[in-house]
Design a protein around this ligand. Structure first.
Ligand code: GSH
Length: 227
């Protein structure tokens, strides 16, 4: 445990990265928190940033990586998906019962799979990218979107949320994934999936989410296709 804090605190680098799905969830939950900015991340640098190295040196990061989430009583969580689940569970955004929580887990893990594939594109050189893009954009992405469309369609005809009768971490996760696609000029791909398209708009209009989307403190979107 670390010292007591006036507000919960999220620590991460100066980027959306692995923390953005947590920020979206915190926004929907209306949680007030402090953001500790650890500077610009360079994956290849030996010393990531002085701010990161300083936190790491305290031993507070169980696995020497961020994001780190600290509750006001000093309880610490690392591993972005554990942070997500902890926040969702403790702020009533993890479904109404165990089965809904499991459905949320299914969505969390699927969004992670798509995101890992998409983020993998950022480390490709231009030749590799032009080889991979037709496969990703022409086959893999439409296939994933078709399955997300099918998933939401099974819950009240796709007119509400991904899981159950109220908003959950499943919704903020899918919204974050769709937003990443839209930010990279791929709105056209989403247009083919009417329920996902409508879900995206509904989420954009939720007051707490809308406030976060317009917040000048937000970092710029990740550029997937610049390789
Ligand atoms: N599985 C972890 C991965 C965390 C991770 O790789 N964090 C990177 C920043 S995106 C980090 O802290 N890197 C510091 C280092 O490698 O020294 C999670 O989801 O939180």
């Amino acid at each position: 445990m670390s010292a007591e804090l006036p507000l919960p605190r999220l620590s991460y680098f100066h980027a959306r990265g692995l923390a953005e799905k947590i920020r979206l969830l915190l926004a929907e939950a209306g949680v007030e928190y402090e953001y500790r900015d650890l500077g610009l991340y360079d994956a290849k640098a030996k010393v990531k940033t002085p701010e990161f190295e300083a936190i790491k040196a305290t031993g507070i990061l169980a696995f020497d990586k961020v994001p780190l989430w600290e509750e006001t009583d000093g309880f610490c969580v690392v591993q972005s998906k554990a942070v997500l689940r902890h926040i969702a569970r403790t702020r009533n955004l993890f479904g109404a019962n165990d089965r809904e929580a499991t459905a949320c887990d299914m969505i969390i893990d699927s969004v992670e799979e798509v995101s890992a594939r998409a983020l993998g594109l950022t480390s490709l050189d231009p030749d590799q990218l032009s080889e991979q893009l037709p496969l990703v954009l022409g086959e893999e992405l439409p296939n994933w979107l078709r399955m997300f469309e099918r998933f939401i369609a099974k819950n009240h005809g796709g007119e509400g949320f991904f899981v159950g009768d109220r908003v959950s971490v499943a919704d903020t996760m899918v919204f974050g994934m769709l937003e990443m696609l839209v930010d990279n000029g791929l709105m056209e791909v989403i247009e083919s999936y009417p329920r996902l398209r409508a879900f995206f708009t509904r989420m954009q209009q939720r007051p707490n989410i809308a406030r976060w989307l317009a917040d000048p403190k937000r970092f710029p979107p990740v550029q997937l296709l610049n390789g």
